[in-house]
Design a protein around this ligand. Structure first.
Ligand code: ZN
Length: 609
């Protein structure tokens, strides 16, 4: 794999070993240490209980749920859609290696990948340019004044790289052309608008620019806010492969480490709210990009934290959005709190008027539980002066209470409901019990970290049990060989590549070559040599098998014997089958005897001989 990209193995290995897989994966997944492995929610399939594991010692990851696995490079290829050289380049940048492989890499990429790379680079140039224009041009000063007036400090503006696009039709056209970008590409990227292929306009001209970065800190889109009477007030880059609003969260790259540290994220609606809260000393804030909160965003958040504080606008629209977002977050297993603002305020306005301290005390620290929010929010949908509506409302609240995990909490809210509407507590409880029974199925799926680990382990054991003895022997043996060159040597002498399973033959052949080249045991590095995805997956799976470090000679012999016995049995059966075919025509009795013999050998092989 390495050679086809003109990268030498040593560089690849060096970059790999200076980027611990636990750190790299940890930027995307909240990991908890459990024994020798770290566990977290798999970023590649949807799950509420963690089956995704990272082994620091072996520098590999593996998901017991969907089967994805690999090393630090494979991980980035999967999660970021990087090519192999892009993964190498990314980690090289992170760990201070000088490496420019983008030119080489281009040869192997398809056209769209290299086009995407160009657009990405153009975004980085433009973000810098816009920020520069904000501070160093006459027109930019207007934008800067506006930002200062709204209370944003230079430090905040710098931190978020806020910029300004000049009210000129073609300033950035010239700038980007000078950098070698074609107009068509700029239209495709959404920087320019054209209606007749001859006139090109800057999409954001005259607007304040909020660069929108992806999870790894690369600008992939812009949000533009008008400062005059230009319509619309907010304008985003158009959707593209790079810029998918439903899968991005504003400020996520900046806030990530604080979110993890505090195990809490505050979810907002607007860019300005993020800036305002950050400036008020609340760094663990993100926002959706001017669209409703989505499933994908909920999943991203859940991978990092359990607790989410929703702090949306205090008006009716904001509260309705809060309700929808709350439901999405609960579905992925988040614990949700609601920071409620007075009607007519958004977080930015509130802080401007009452100050940061007041916001902390009155809004954030006084965050309501989800039930308190629901009780007050759902009230708006019913006319509580009418008995029928009142009962429907109570029913609705009981359904919500039934979804709570803790019985103490359920009791608490039930009692509140009974007091408020003078209803019998026992009757409400009866109602709740019925609802709980109906939702019991869902509860069965909820398990905590510890249980999951055990469950995975059992599944794994079961899977191994059903394999024939020789198959298990090969798996165990390769697991040892991956971690011990000396064992690999002995197996090579005794068996060579004569394993019974074809995929195993391929792995050991690669492995012998890997050790012959003078490499030390290193499953993660070994993986970079293998191109086939299925084989990669298998290597990861086998590397994750827990082996006793000191395998006895006896055990080793046993494995080797089991494998070669199957091998011999296998060739003996082939031989007998040929004989049987000939005899069927001339000597049916003899043919029947041979058939019996074949059955016997097959049975022996199943028992593991
Ligand atoms: Zn998975």
């Amino acid at each position: 794999m390495a050679n086809q990209y003109h990268l030498d193995d040593e560089t690849i290995a060096a970059i790999q070993s200076s980027n611990d897989i636990v750190d790299v994966v940890g930027e995307y997944v909240q990991l908890k240490k459990q024994g020798r492995n770290y566990f977290g929610l798999c970023p590649f399939h949807s799950e509420n209980t963690p089956s995704f594991s990272v082994n620091q010692e072996k520098q590999i990851f593996h998901c017991f749920g969907c089967g994805k696995g690999g090393n630090v490079y494979t991980f980035l290829m999967e999660i970021e859609g990087f090519t192999f050289p892009q993964s190498v380049q990314h980690l090289a940048e992170k760990s201070g290696f000088q490496l420019d492989i983008s030119k080489n890499a281009g040869q192997n990429d398809d056209r769209s990948a290299s086009e995407e790379q160009s657009i990405l680079e153009a975004y980085q140039w433009l973000a810098k340019l816009y920020h520069h224009l904000l501070y160093h041009t006459k027109d930019g000063k207007k934008g800067l004044e506006y930002l200062h007036q709204r209370g944003f400090t230079d430090e905040t503006i710098e931190r978020f790289q806020i910029g300004f696009s000049l009210p000129s039709k073609d300033f950035i056209v010239k700038f980007l052309e000078k950098k070698g970008y074609h107009r068509q590409l700029m239209v495709k990227a959404g920087f320019l608008i054209t209606n007749d292929q001859t006139n090109y306009f800057d999409r954001f001209s005259g607007r304040i620019i909020f660069p929108i970065r992806n999870a790894i800190g690369k600008t992939v889109g812009f949000g533009g806010r008008s400062i005059g009477d230009q319509e619309p007030k907010y304008l985003n880059s158009p959707e593209s492969e790079l810029f998918q609003k439903s899968k991005l969260l504003y400020n996520f790259d900046n806030a990530r480490s604080e979110i993890r540290k505090r195990n809490e994220v505050i979810l907002l609606e607007g860019y300005a709210d993020v800036l305002a809260l950050h400036q008020a000393g609340v760094p663990n804030v993100v926002a959706s990009l001017g669209t409703s909160f989505t499933d994908s965003q909920a999943n991203i958040i859940r991978r990092y934290v359990e607790t989410v504080v929703i702090c949306f606008d205090g008006d009716k629209a904001g509260q309705n959005a809060t309700y929808k977002t709350l439901k999405l977050l609960k579905k992925v297993g988040c614990h949700v709190k609601i920071a409620m603002l007075p009607n007519g305020y958004d977080p930015d306005q509130y802080i401007q008027e009452y100050g940061a301290d007041d916001f902390h005390q009155t809004i954030l620290e006084a965050s309501a539980s989800e039930m308190t929010f629901l009780i007050s929010h759902l009230r708006n949908e019913y006319n509580l002066n009418q008995e029928g509506d009142r009962l429907r409302y109570v029913e609705r609240i009981i359904s919500e209470i039934a979804l709570l995990d803790s019985s103490i909490e359920r009791d608490h809210y039930l009692r509140e409901l009974s007091d408020q509407f003078s209803l019998s507590f026992e009757a409400l409880q009866q109602d709740l019990v019925t609802k709980l029974k109906n939702s019991e199925k869902n509860d069965d799926n909820r398990k905590n970290f510890g249980n999951t680990n055990e469950r995975i382990h059992n599944n794994y054991q079961n899977k191994q049990k059903v394999l024939p003895a020789y198959h298990n022997a090969e798996r165990r043996l390769i697991a040892f060989m991956l971690q011990n060159a000396h064992i690999a040597d002995r197996v090579k002498e005794a068996l060579g590549s004569k394993f019974n399973i074809e995929q195993h033959q391929i792995i050991v052949t690669y492995l012998y070559g890997f050790y012959e080249a003078g490499n030390q045991p290193n499953p993660s590095h070994f993986l970079t040599l293998i191109e086939d995805k299925m084989i990669q997956k298998l290597v990861v799976e086998l590397s994750m098998l827990d082996c006793n470090w000191d395998i006895s000679d006896r055990e080793l012999e046993d494995y080797i014997n089991t494998i070669s016995a199957e091998q011999n049995g296998h060739s003996r059966i082939k031989e007998l089958e040929r004989e049987q075919k000939i005899m069927e025509k001339t000597d049916p009795v003899k043919a029947a005897q041979i058939a019996m013999e074949i059955i016997k050998i097959r049975q022996q092989s199943k028992r593991g001989s």
